[in-house]
Write a protein that binds this ligand. Structure first.
Ligand SMILES: Cc1cc2nc3c(=O)[nH]c(=O)nc-3n(C[C@H](O)[C@H](O)[C@H](O)COP(=O)(O)OP(=O)(O)OC[C@H]3O[C@@H](n4cnc5c(N)ncnc54)[C@H](O)[C@@H]3O)c2cc1C
Length: 457
């Protein structure tokens, strides 16, 4: 365990705020105002905001040996343009937040895995120093990030040789462990991590034959297609998928084929690529096992929690932010959203702003308006807003279901259109946002729905 804290909650053994440490078989129990699960970008931003809002004891629990989360393996630049107005690498961006947490003596425990979060906000965790222990929390912020969709979730035909990696695993092998996973590579999926790894592997001396993408559009940011594929002459094959993997011990070849409008491979379009490595960059899944255990209602579209404008889940006092809530493109937005979650968790803890524990504050309560994603919009975060409690403005983040050109993003409150803004291009790989003002909801009646949709004119 590492602790930056020097105050009352800093002790590694039973001390202030810790109960039951003496009985041999008893599970030690601590108490903290706010417990944050995950010490990545989201967890750190939430912890800093909660501390700055005056919360006395904030504890971050992180299973890895260092803070910073996935950014520690993202050594390319392009991070922080919004937050710091400069271009940083992932580790540099993370280090800024670690330094801010350190300046504030925010307590954290590393190599500490959270095993369970109860609906009553008791967090059960384990580490080598304490064994299993519990922390009673006034509020909990879920910030566990996401994981990559593996081969097992894809139904790819062929043998099961070594050499099939998720793009994130390859990123870790190259950037942290200094190992090149292969020399001749095919990448399936054009998510951002796959695009970035196409460039990285090329720079490290491997040859990337192509990136195959099932959909007729890329799942990644436009800037990554230009900078990571086009600049290196790596072909992007849209509407293609892997139909066979060959090899006994190690991958020897991968066959890709074009797919039709129903995403079925078209016979006769197969092309075989001799290679030793197949990377998968086919989507990220929010890590919500703990959220489910806590009884948090999960949105089937985002696979993250349903939250209200305070980023509170359906369980009182349990908040969610970052990639565990919905997969983000840019860490800057993760930090911004998570600072909001931390500040709201602090308000909940302090019983301020009408956020005391109670049914009325939960997402979907009678005092809240549902936010409905429709007409080309797949989801919004948050899903509920309280006109009586929201800040002066609320950023609604959303993704569209296909590529759209010259459409209007419209927001209706009941039958009244309050926003109508033209966007030249929108694609599923790029998160969108629209601002809802408190004034827009001034005339809203109970039961009104806020609808976010795309319109032709
Ligand atoms: C492989 C990969 C590469 C990426 N590359 C980029 C990129 O190049 N540029 C970009 O802008 N974005 C990138 N992203 C998106 C990036 O994840 C976000 O921008 C942001 O860093 C997410 O922050 P987070 O805190 O939500 O998640 P994470 O950074 O993943 O942090 C979550 C933390 O929670 C911890 N945790 C999870 N479960 C538990 C538990 N049970 N107990 C204790 N701790 C737990 C994890 O160990 C982790 O440290 C990438 C994502 C992935 C998965």
């Amino acid at each position: 365990m590492t602790s930056m804290a020097t105050g009352a909650h800093a002790g590694a053994t039973a001390g202030a705020g810790e109960k039951g440490g003496t009985a041999a078989a008893a599970v030690p129990e601590l108490e903290r105002d706010i417990v944050i699960v995950g010490g990545g970008s989201a967890g750190l931003a939430a912890a800093i905001a909660a501390h700055d809002a005056g919360v006395a004891s904030v504890l971050v629990l992180e299973r890895e040996p260092q803070l910073g989360g996935i950014l520690n393996q993202c050594i390319h630049n392009g991070f922080g343009l919004h937050t710091f107005k400069e271009e940083l690498t992932g580790p540099e961006y993370a280090a800024r937040y670690v330094a801010k947490a350190r300046e504030r003596n925010i307590e954290h425990m590393l190599r500490t895995t959270v095993l369970d979060v109860s609906p009553g906000r008791v967090v059960t965790a384990v580490n080598a120093e304490r064994g299993i222990f519990r922390v009673r929390a006034g509020a909990v912020v879920l910030a566990m990030g996401c994981r990559e969709r593996p081969r097992g979730a894809l139904n790819i035909c062929g043998t099961r040789p070594a050499g099939v990696y998720t793009a994130g695993t390859a990123q870790r092998l190259v950037n942290i462990d200094g190992l090149l996973p292969g020399r001749e590579v095919v990448i399936l999926g054009s998510g951002d991590i796959g695009l970035i790894m196409a460039r990285r592997l090329t720079l490290e001396g491997a040859h990337v034959a192509c990136v195959a993408e099932l959909m007729p559009y890329s799942g990644g940011l436009k800037r990554n297609i230009v900078q990571c594929l086009d600049d290196f002459g790596i072909p992007l094959k849209l509407s293609h998928t892997v139909v066979n993997v060959e090899g006994e011990r190690r991958v020897e070849a991968v066959t890709i084929a074009r797919v039709d409008d129903h995403l079925r491979p078209i016979p006769g379009t197969e092309v075989r690529y001799p290679c030793d490595t197949l990377l998968l960059s086919v989507g990220l899944l929010p890590e919500n096992e703990l959220s489910r255990q806590a009884g948090v209602r999960i949105n089937p579209v985002t696979r993250g929690a349903f939250v209200n404008d305070q980023l509170m889940t359906s369980v009182p006092g349990v908040f969610a932010c970052g990639n565990v809530l919905h997969v983000h493109d840019l860490v800057d937005y993760v930090s911004e959203e998570s600072a909001h979650a931390g500040a709201c968790a602090a308000r909940y803890m302090q019983g301020a702003a009408g956020l005391a524990a109670g049914e009325k504050d939960l997402p979907g309560a009678a005092t809240e308006l549902a936010i409905e994603a429709t007409g080309g919009v797949r989801y919004t975060v948050p899903s509920f807003v309280s006109p009586g409690r929201m800040d002066d403005s609320l950023r609604l983040r959303f993704r569209v279901g296909a590529v759209y050109q010259n459409r209007y993003v419209s927001v209706y409150v009941g039958d009244r259109r309050v926003t109508h803004r033209r966007k030249p291009v929108m694609a599923p790989g790029e998160m969108q946002e629209v601002t809802l003002r408190r004034a827009d909801l001034a005339d809203a009646r109970p039961g009104d729905v806020v609808r976010v949709l795309l319109e032709d004119e």
